[in-house]
Design a protein around this ligand. Structure first.
Ligand SMILES: NC(=O)C1=CN([C@@H]2O[C@H](COP(=O)(O)OP(=O)(O)OC[C@H]3O[C@@H](n4cnc5c(N)ncnc54)[C@H](OP(=O)(O)O)[C@@H]3O)[C@@H](O)[C@H]2O)C=CC1
Ligand SMILES: CC(=O)[C@@H](O)[C@H](O)COP(=O)(O)O
Ligand SMILES: [Mn+2]
Length: 385
């Protein structure tokens, strides 16, 4: 029985993790969870899986929730509450499925207590990959990928000698506007941007997918997960999202991981690893139904955010921290209708241009750069919009 703590239980990855746990009661139990402000969904999960500890974002919500649940379930709140859930002593695995760099501190805290990390929250590795990987190595902690591409690569690698890898090839769908030219992106709506062709996901990652910043964040994530130089990481457009990523070896062999676009598969694999469990209620992949798989080269002028992510990753230091923080603020404003779609890449680029990278930054420096970038982007938005 694996005992699990789950951050971001009410989100897209969180609710699918709850499904996986609930479908395998003999293998997994949910010990502690966090939610943001969706108390209704949170209550449903608490009633289903009876965790011992629950964290909400706001103090007033903690008081409200405690009324509706059994007294033996403790309710905490805020950033310290997130750390309590992440380090809950009864749990051996932390699934981190919160959105944004708010996931960094609880990940580090869980690593310090020796928990295995099942990481969906890619912003954690983008913001402070060197600190997270160093902490994991120091505490002999395993970080298992949940992101579909990284789970695919992890499975293709299957413990192969890293010297024999010539390239990691990440697939990207191209997002909601993949069939539009750059000139057609000027007045796109939030609703259109949220309409991903293959995956049903949270709002922020769906916008990231439309700008292909998601693939950029994943390139940086892959760099840290697999200790791979950026020169050996490639992206190919693949509109069906059936091949989740590939690994090319020095002898020319290419291993690919295929499956229907269903996040319960990589979530369950991260939880069951090193074993596999039968997946319940998932449609088998019938390639004759898919018919054709398409591939094309990325146009880096069209997908500016992906180019910026490669640039930030190669420059290293605090550049990816800036890339991520600027993107988080810009996407948030786009989702509120405050800025247009193309302003996202513009704001990220301005932030990177203004920043001088700090190499081997400490956690304090990372936190400061993250906060300064957020302020900078906010001030640009206040001035112009
Ligand atoms: N969705 C997907 O298929 C995939 C997602 N990922 C990654 O997984 C992570 C989660 O994505 P996704 O599930 O789509 O996101 P969602 O927006 O659907 O869910 C985010 C979760 O985090 C909670 N939350 C939001 N802000 C805060 C905060 N400030 N403090 C505490 N909790 C907060 C939300 O609470 P509430 O809703 O209650 O307010 C919710 O539970 C992201 O890093 C994403 O990039 C990776 C691969 C695929
Ligand atoms: C499901 C998942 O892992 C997402 O990160 C997905 O990859 C998004 O699709 P894109 O390929 O459009 O970025
Ligand atoms: Mn992904």
């Amino acid at each position: 029985m694996k005992k699990i703590s789950l951050l971001g239980a009410t989100g897209s990855i969180g609710t699918q993790t709850v499904d996986v746990i609930a479908s395998n009661p003999e293998s997994f139990s949910l010990e502690a969870l966090s939610m943001g402000r969706n108390l209704e969904k949170g209550l449903e999960i608490i009633n289903k899986l009876s965790p011992k500890l629950v964290c909400v974002q706001k103090k007033e919500d903690a008081e409200k929730l405690q009324h509706d649940i059994p007294a033996q379930t403790k309710v905490v709140y805020g950033d310290t509450g997130l750390i309590e859930v992440a380090t809950f002593p009864d749990a051996e695995v932390l699934v981190n499925a919160v959105i944004g760099s708010v996931g960094l501190a609880p990940t580090l805290a869980a690593i310090e207590t020796g928990k295995t990390i099942a990481l969906a929250n890619k912003e954690t590795l983008v913001t402070a990959g060197h600190i997270v990987m160093e902490a994991a190595s120091k505490h002999n902690v395993r970080i298992l990928p949940v992101d579909s591409e990284h789970s695919a690569i992890f499975q293709c690698l299957n413990g192969e000698n890293e010297k024999e890898i010539s390239r990691l090839i990440l697939t990207g769908s191209g997002g909601s506007f993949r069939d539009r030219k750059r000139s057609e992106l000027k007045n796109v709506t939030i609703e259109d941007a949220l309409n991903h062709p293959n995956w049903s996901m949270g709002a922020k990652i769906t916008i990231d997918s439309a700008t292909m910043m998601n693939k950029g964040l994943e390139v940086i994530e892959a760099h840290w997960f697999f200790d791979m130089p950026y020169e050996k990481i490639d992206v190919v457009l693949h509109k069906e999202s059936i091949i989740h990523s590939m690994v090319e070896f020095i002898d020319g062999s290419v291993m690919a991981h295929l499956g229907n676009p269903d996040m319960r598969i990589p979530i369950q694999y991260a939880l069951s690893f090193p074993e596999r469990l039968e997946i319940k209620g998932s449609k088998p992949l019938n390639l004759w139904e898919v018919g054709k798989l398409h591939f094309s080269q990325v146009d880096y002028e069209r997908y500016r955010c992906l180019a910026l992510a490669f640039q930030a990753g190669k420059e290293g230091g605090t550049m990816p921290t800036v890339l991520n923080a600027a993107n988080e603020v810009a996407v948030n404003h786009f989702l509120k209708g405050n800025i247009e779609f193309l302003a996202i890449e513009e704001l990220v680029e301005r932030s990177l241009d203004e920043h001088e990278a700090v190499q081997n930054a400490s956690l304090e420096q990372i936190v400061e750069v993250d906060a300064q970038t957020r302020e900078f982007v906010q001030s640009l938005i206040t001035q112009r919009w």
